[in-house]
Design a protein around this ligand. Structure first.
Ligand SMILES: [Zn+2]
Length: 125
């Protein structure tokens, strides 16, 4: 059974929860939840002062990041899904018509096909 850390409400210790099955004859009737330091018994699971799991502190802030991470060189840019003829974007998803799956605009693909430019003007001579 894994150790469960608690901050005991009775003795204040940073300690472990002692969990013992309670039997009535051969029938398990419940669990006894107690402080392993002072033996204080908690009425129920909801009553146990579980120690909050500490989350990793945020070491890097946005300011530490380079502001120019979105810059790609042209060669890489040209194979991105967002420039592909099979890339379909709608308000809910980005989709590859060729692979029938969701993609990201920044994905790259070996089956990349250059999308036709939606040119606004100029007729070919
Ligand atoms: Zn205690």
């Amino acid at each position: 059974m894994s150790a469960v850390e608690i901050i005991c409400r009775n003795c204040g210790a940073d300690t472990l929860l002692k969990r013992e099955a309670v039997y009535d004859g051969f029938t398990k009737t419940g669990e006894k939840l107690a402080c392993s330091s002072c033996g204080f018994e908690y009425a129920s699971e909801d009553d146990v002062p579980f120690k909050a799991v500490e989350t990793e502190p945020q070491i890097f802030t946005e300011a530490d990041r380079s502001a120019k991470v979105e810059v790609f060189d042209d060669g890489e840019n040209q194979r991105l899904c967002r420039y592909c003829a099979n890339y379909i974007v709608n308000p809910f998803t980005q989709f590859c018509a060729l692979h029938k799956k969701e993609v990201q605009a920044t994905d790259t693909c070996p089956k990349f096909e250059q999308a036709k430019e939606k040119d606004g003007g100029g007729t070919p001579i």
